[in-house]
Design a protein around this ligand. Structure first.
Ligand code: PBG
Length: 323
């Protein structure tokens, strides 16, 4: 076996997993104001950005050849229904218009969900079921359709629902088709687990649930792994064009299972905030080498079956690989 490893050029020749900037989608957080770059303490190197600063990032993303951006809006006011998210002049709608206007060729995805916009921090309007407060599934579907259409009207290229409501892909597909956006693809966060790895993101997006948790809608990490396949099958049936598994590193088995069960379906993985911040923290203590660990992790996610990866290292990947 070592004959395949002796010469660096032979190693390169026989490698079968690649990683390139075009495989990476950069998540960014957009907030109100001007000239705002507000660092996120639990995510070193990441910040909430006002729209003008977001445009600078978008220009860099385009220059570096990234696969695209996924945008998350942080509104200045929140309410029980997350009204800012369905309004044509909301923070995310203005951000998308500005980015598409400044860098039209850059792919812009939008996260379609309510947790950043509701005052209770859950992913849709609430209701009581058997004495328990839950997100109202079907009331959320209607609002998701409206939210997705405002994103589409703003110029979003890919609609990415992340709320784990049953029927969300079908509802969004119907709403988009009804508004003359039948050409717009949906990237569904199909197998999204209720994960503590999202902790730093919730600081970044100010979206932590104000009570309880998300285990009534996001997947149970101890559930039978085939449940992920059922989630994916439902979403594809409802019209999803691309599928996501999230988080990534602790869920490579799920990623590989989905890859094997649905060959040819474009598959994404989200290397989430907690996965990023753990590596950042260890690297800041000089316990590990950030660049090596990040590239090894992202390559492993590709090897497990991801066609593309949502990663906070997207710009670094481009710089590291060209250095
Ligand atoms: C929900 C959403 C979350 C993430 C992406 N979309 C948070 C959640 O479900 O609580 C997490 C991403 C990350 O941790 O990097 N809008």
């Amino acid at each position: 076996m070592r004959r395949l490893r002796h010469h660096p050029a032979v190693r390169k020749l026989v490698a079968s997993t690649s990683l390139s900037p075009a495989d990476c989608v950069l998540p960014l957080f957009v907030c109100e104001g001007e000239g705002v770059t507000s660092p996120i303490a639990s995510m070193p190197g990441q910040a909430q950005l006002s729209i003008d600063r977001l445009i600078t990032e978008a220009e860099q993303a385009q220059e570096l050849g990234l696969g695209g951006l996924i945008l998350f809006g942080i509104p200045s006011t929140k309410d029980a229904l997350g009204s800012d998210s369905t309004c044509e002049d909301g923070i995310i709608q203005r951000a998308v218009r500005a980015v598409k206007n400044a860098v039209p060729e850059l792919l812009v995805m939008t996260d379609v969900c309510f947790c950043e916009y509701t005052d209770h921090g859950h992913c849709g309007p609430l209701t009581e079921i058997d004495g328990r407060t839950e997100v109202n599934n079907d009331a959320t579907l209607e609002l998701l359709g409206r939210q997705a259409v405002t994103h589409a009207k703003s110029g979003a290229d890919v609609i990415a629902p992340s709320g784990m409501m049953d029927g969300m892909v079908g509802a969004i597909r119907a709403a988009l088709d009804g508004a003359n956006f039948s050409h717009l693809p949906i990237l569904s966060y199909a197998a999204k687990y209720a994960s503590a790895f999202y902790g730093p993101f919730r600081d970044a997006a100010e979206s932590a649930p104000q009570f309880g948790d998300r285990r009534g809608y996001q997947m149970d990490f101890a559930a039978n792994p085939d449940q992920a396949l059922r989630e994916v099958a439902f979403d594809l049936d409802e019209g999803a064009d691309m599928i996501m598994v999230k988080p990534a590193m602790a869920y490579l088995d799920i990623l590989a299972k989905v890859r094997a069960a649905f060959p040819g379906v474009p598959l994404a993985a989200y290397h989430v905030s907690g996965e990023y911040s753990m590596i950042k923290a260890a690297a800041a203590s000089d316990w590990i080498d950030e660049r090596s660990i990040a590239l090894e992790s992202l390559t492993a996610i590709r090897r497990a079956g991801a066609d593309f990866i949502l990663t906070y290292w997207a710009k670094d990947v481009a710089r590291w690989l060209s250095a």
